[in-house]
Design a protein around this ligand. Sequence first.
Ligand SMILES: Cc1ncc(COP(=O)(O)O)c(C=O)c1O
Length: 386
Amino acid sequence: MRVLEARYAMPTYARAPVEFVRGEGARVWDSEGREYLDFFAGLSVHNLGHCNRRIVAAISEQAGRLGGTSNLYYSEPALRLCERLARSSLGGRVFLANTGTEATECAIKLARKRAHARGVDEPEIVSLEGAFHGRTLAALAATPKLAREDLFGPLPRGFVAVPRDDPAALRAAVGERTAAVLIEPIQGEAGIFPIAAEVLIAAREACDATGAALVFDEVQCGMGRTGTLWAYEQLPVRPDAITAAKALGGGLPVGAVVISPELGEGLALGDHGSTFAGGPVAAAAALTALELLDEPELLARVGESGERLCAGLSALDGVVEVRGRGLMLGVTLAEGMEAGEAAARALAAGLVINVPGERMLRFLPPLVIGEAEVDEALERLGEAMA
Ligand SMILES: Cc1ncc(COP(=O)(O)O)c(C=O)c1O
């Protein structure tokens, strides 16, 4: 694998020296037959665990019947998915995409179009420092840490960023020109940083005062990860639009923007589109994933498992802070400790976790884990960090 990568793949990823070849529930196996607990879940994609039977069946059934005929014809799985997404959240219209980044792009276009409709010539999107919204050019422009003008410029204009913990700065940045305030309610790539209620309230009030749209990026924190289907359900404000992806597709690439009825039709004929988006196989997988992830019993379990994992992590030597909600947890290690080394040792001990930053570990296990798996993961991590 290393030879193939070194010769043929653009070296955009830092890969751990392991190849996973099989998965079931919260466990994966590598090419040498070693078993691991997967507390990263493909970066919050496999919220239902690996190879969920119902999802595999939905995919096989649809793939064996009709793989797709384009968005120029009706397709029941896609339209049922729009219905289910709308009913489970903001109640308005839906645009289906393939990825989280595409959902961000669609939300930006939609917000800019609304701003133009009220006479704004140079609309602005306000985002928060530390946020991650994707890697295409507009999504990148809304992702301050990665928006490198020197490497990828000229980036699209019309993006401003404010500190993630400063409600006054946020209020000051939102004005007549603002098309949208784009917020990841729990910043995932940054290392799991929940945005404070005061910042969310400031964003809501500023949007209400100016006519800007409040957009929550629920690509990572949505789909049951925090113990409710959508993260905003536990927050003091309701957004005008949400973006979703990752676990939405049950393992296949599906993204979506859902808007509230107040945003009307959102986009119009010819404004946007995508060849693969809403394809019946991916939509069938997503419909099944949404149905399974919206189960009250499962969501309640997320809260319980999250508390158990949080308590266990807090008790580990070398852990100075645990942040997050439900099964979206981030840890800061004591000074002098190397998160990369801790994760490498954890991998060797049979636990897959992620390193979002210096001295930080990230835990995004499948939501179907039970007490025993939480305890086993803590044991393996304890061993690795000893
Ligand atoms: C919050 C958030 N938004 C957007 C994205 C981009 O999603 P994708 O990688 O599916 O394009 C990610 C990916 O990690 C994310 O975490």
